[in-house]
Design a protein around this ligand. Structure first.
Ligand code: SF4
Length: 258
């Protein structure tokens, strides 16, 4: 069978299309989003803890660890003063302990600065231990309501399927295009960006899933470039067809760095 050739492209979205996409997405989010504790706070420390815990770990698993960890280390100075053994104990069972080590190192680094405050700008956030492009965007937009883009695996999948099924999302150039796309789609204000980024991630987690996209209930199906292909049983977008093996990938994960 002939394989389709993927050509390099520069994806741009017309402003009207971006507005229509955001409107549908935000309306859906307001009706269907999950009530998660890290969505009830703008405390950058709590947001950071949730983001590191959620990397490659299911939400349902993180919930109890998040509550316990914050009970033991309620703020950045308490964490900075803790012994490494105590931090590891609080993380025990969650796995990927490098995250706990990075969080502890980050707490020490930030509390040793004159203001002792977690930075709000993505570039400054990226200089902290364990903070990559995705986490920097997440803390900037979720804690500080900055107009900052983010792309994790869920967002990459949604943007790829809706706007650019021609891209190779796992390649360096493809991922760079997805970041540009995420920036083009940002609303005008930081407050709306909070909703927008949460909504994109929620759509990828609940509807446009890696295993079986639920196109029948998708709020953006009318704008989705992959939807017609899925209906016809043909796709190169990473969306599974009847013959595609299923994978468990529905955790928060930053794609390989840009
Ligand atoms: S229509 Fe289907 S493939 Fe497109 S974004 Fe929605 S769930 Fe994903």
């Amino acid at each position: 069978m002939a394989t389709r050739r993927l050509v390099p492209i520069d994806v741009t979205v017309a402003p009207e299309a971006a507005t229509a996409f955001r409107r549908r997405l935000h309306r859906w989010y307001k009706q269907h989003s999950r009530d998660l504790p890290w969505r009830q706070t703008r405390d950058p420390y709590r947001i950071l803890v949730s983001e590191l815990m959620l990397q490659q770990t299911q939400v349902s698993r993180v919930l109890e660890f998040y509550r316990r960890f914050l009970h033991r280390f309620p703020d950045l100075p308490t964490l900075a003063d803790a012994r490494p053994k105590s931090v590891r104990e609080a993380w025990e069972g969650l796995g990927y302990y490098a995250r706990a080590r990075n969080l502890h190192a980050l707490a020490k680094q930030v509390t040793s600065t004159p203001d002792g405050v977690i930075p709000s700008e993505p570039a400054a956030l990226r200089s902290l231990p364990g903070v990559g492009a995705y986490t920097a965007g997440a803390v900037a937009s979720f804690a500080y309501e900055k107009r900052a883009a983010l792309v994790d695996t869920n967002v990459a999948r949604v943007l790829h399927r809706v706007f650019a099924p021609q891209l190779r999302p796992k390649s360096g150039p493809g991922l760079k295009q997805l970041w540009r796309l995420a920036e083009q789609l940002l609303p005008r204000t930081g407050k709306s960006t909070w909703t927008h980024n949460q909504a994109l991630m929620e759509l990828g987690a609940l509807v446009c899933t890696a295993r079986v996209p639920r196109c029948g209930i998708c709020p953006v199906s009318a704008a989705c470039a992959t939807f017609p292909q899925l209906q016809a049983g043909e796709t190169n977008s990473g969306a599974p067809t009847a013959s595609t093996p299923r994978k468990r990938t529905n955790t928060r994960r930053a794609p390989k760095s840009v």
